[in-house]
Design a protein around this ligand. Structure first.
Ligand code: HEC
Length: 131
């Protein structure tokens, strides 16, 4: 009985330990997800503006500029030693720079510049995001 209890206790401690280690691993750096969520927020705001057909030039430019500067964090923050991954990030940056330079003032113009940006998000996710 005593031995069974000790084994059970050992199992419980082991499980708690494993869960803790997994938590520590996932908390190691919140930055990769933070960068992605920040971009997700700004893309969401732009998609919302297009949907509502309310494309205020100054607001659009703000979100595009935030996306452009946040995208430059992908490579250093993910720290992936993978040329193809970093090429995907570079492609996104290029499209965002073009979007900022185009400075769209209408929903139609915004939709046109945001399309290649959206495709860059998707192509990297298809390859590197495991869900
Ligand atoms: C260079 C590759 C790459 C590009 C480009 C990229 N992402 Fe990601 N994204 C990832 C990876 C990898 C993950 C998974 C991160 C993780 O689970 O830690 C991810 C996850 C996400 C998530 C979910 C975060 C979470 O908590 O699971 C969102 C939202 C997101 N990306 C938005 C975007 C948007 C919006 C763009 C384009 C503006 C974009 N991403 C472009 C690689 C990329």
């Amino acid at each position: 009985m005593r031995v069974a209890l000790m084994i059970l206790l050992g199992l419980v401690i082991g499980i708690i330990g494993t869960v803790n280690v997994m938590n520590v691993l996932s908390q190691r750096s919140p930055m990769p997800k933070a960068v992605m969520h920040t971009m997700g927020y700004h893309m969401g705001e732009l998609a919302h503006a297009i949907k509502a057909n309310q494309c205020d030039a100054a607001k659009i430019q703000h979100h595009l500029a935030r996306l452009d500067s946040t995208a430059t964090d992908i490579t250093p923050v993910f720290g992936m030693d993978d040329k193809d991954f970093n090429d995907h990030a570079r492609q996104l940056e290029d499209h965002l720079q073009q979007a900022v330079q185009a400075a769209p003032t209408t929903c139609a113009a915004l939709a046109a510049v945001i399309k290649p940006v959206n495709e860059s998000c998707k192509s990297c996710h298809q390859k590197y995001r495991d869900n």
